[in-house]
Design a binder for this molecule. Structure first.
Ligand code: NAD
Ligand code: DAU
Length: 351
């Protein structure tokens, strides 16, 4: 094997797409997926590569330093692609401590173990930290987040991600740890946990349940197909400049209400419902606390320097996503049984 790569959070939404891409594309790499299998992690996301010879799974928690020490003794890692995180803003409002532990302490542990293991021989090594556009805060009606926009995180989730980004840069500056960071906009696609807007809405529409829209539905997000994000991660991991940051986005801004209306049209078609039937489920509910108004990414650095661009139009990606969820009801039923029901009641009852 030419390289041994650790991917953290590889059983989650984006991580599983990254693991699949790397395992299939790089038969000369050993890919080790480390995941704690929290409510968001699911090995069913990886069934099509689980028997590949270059794929290895390790269950473990990045907040457990002793576990990481043993893992780094077992494998001789050349690179780390770090996606493991608590990722849902609403959960960070209900229970911020888990975000502090995983996103900050967990990242700190990984930085330390990489620094200790690689010592001063950083040749050919790379620590790639996956972050979010939410660290930049919230935009008004115009403008875009660039790589030099000042950090201004506004939720416990984004504050924990911002904190981890700062630690990664500090390890590069202080210890010369070879790092690269990317900050991406909202992803959508298959295997996303149905607590996030698009899969939640698909599931509720299918089951004739209200679609909860926070506030007036005029918040804006910049949506990117998850497989395009995975390709960007591959590109940056291999060709990004040491110490640099790359913004990744879809150049695809939608208000939540317009997005949900489009989704309803697709669902009407796919479920053979009368035109306008699914839209009747739209229900405006109490706004998210501290709800960021608008995110929009300027990804021209990544496009110009590393030649990446999104491959899919939103309507096409949305339709593909709907088709996947409708064809994979068993996957949805499995992930929404148990803990999710309690979360859903807490989050949406009395809203
Ligand atoms: P996700 O919640 O779907 O998956 C997170 C994965 O991390 C899960 O498999 C979970 O089991 C694992 N995990 C959580 N805590 C862990 C711990 N302590 N130790 C080991 N594993 C643990 O998240 P996602 O949406 O796939 O996001 C992945 C990364 O990308 C995160 O760092 C997130 O901040 C970032 N990101 C996400 C988006 C998005 O739109 N989803 C956009 C930009 C950046
Ligand atoms: O921008 C990148 C971020 O995108 C990632 O860092 C996060 O991990 C990811 O969860 C996502 O955060 P958002 O908060 O933007 O995503 P979410 O799907 O939760 O919400 C999208 C928008 O929809 C947001 O404005 C809130 C709104 N919303 C969400 C839910 C769950 C609703 O109106 N109703 C809902 O029920």
């Amino acid at each position: 094997m030419d390289k041994t790569i650790l991917i953290t959070g590889g059983a989650g939404f984006i991580g599983s797409h990254v693991v699949k891409l790397f395992v299939k594309k790089y038969s000369n790499y050993k890919i080790v997926n480390l995941d704690a299998l929290t409510y968001a992690g699911n090995l069913e996301n990886l069934t099509d590569i689980k028997d590949y010879k270059n794929y290895f799974f390790e269950k473990g928690d990045i907040t457990d330093f002793n576990f990481l020490k043993n893992l780094f003794k077992k494998y001789n890692f050349d690179g780390i692609i770090h996606l493991a995180a608590e990722s849902h803003v609403d959960r960070s409002i209900l229970n911020p401590l888990e975000f502090i532990n995983t996103n900050i302490i967990g990242t700190f542990n990984l930085l330390n173990i990489a620094k200790e293991t690689w010592k001063n021989n950083f040749n050919g090594k790379r620590f790639y930290h996956i972050s979010t556009d939410e660290v930049y805060g919230s935009l008004g009606e115009s403008g875009f987040f660039t790589e030099t926009t000042a950090y201004d995180p506004k939720s416990p989730y984004s504050a924990s991600k911002a904190s981890s980004d700062h630690l990664v840069r500090a390890y590069n500056n202080t210890y010369n740890l070879p790092v690269v960071i990317s900050n991406c906009s909202n992803n959508y696609g298959s295997h996303q946990f149905p607590e996030k807007l698009i899969p939640l809405a698909i599931n509720n529409i299918k089951n004739n349940k209200p679609i909860p829209i926070y506030g007036k539905g005029d918040n804006i997000r910049d949506w990117l197909f998850v497989e395009d994000h995975a390709v960007a991660i591959d590109t940056i991991f291999h060709n990004g400049k040491n110490g640099d940051t790359y913004n990744i986005g879809g150049n695809n801004e939608w208000t939540n209400i317009d997005l949900i209306r489009s989704l309803c049209k697709i669902m009407d078609k796919k479920l053979n419902r009368k035109k306008g039937e699914s839209e009747k489920l739209i229900t405006f509910v109490k706004d998210r606390a501290g709800h960021d108004k608008r995110y929009a990414i300027d990804s021209s650095k990544l496009q110009n320097e590393l030649n990446w661009k999104p491959s899919l139009q939103f309507e096409e990606g949305l339709e593909k996503t709907v088709e996947w969820y409708l064809a994979n009801q068993k996957w949805v039923d499995n992930v929404i049984s148990g803990e999710y029901q309690k979360y859903y009641d807490k989050q949406y009852k009395n809203r």
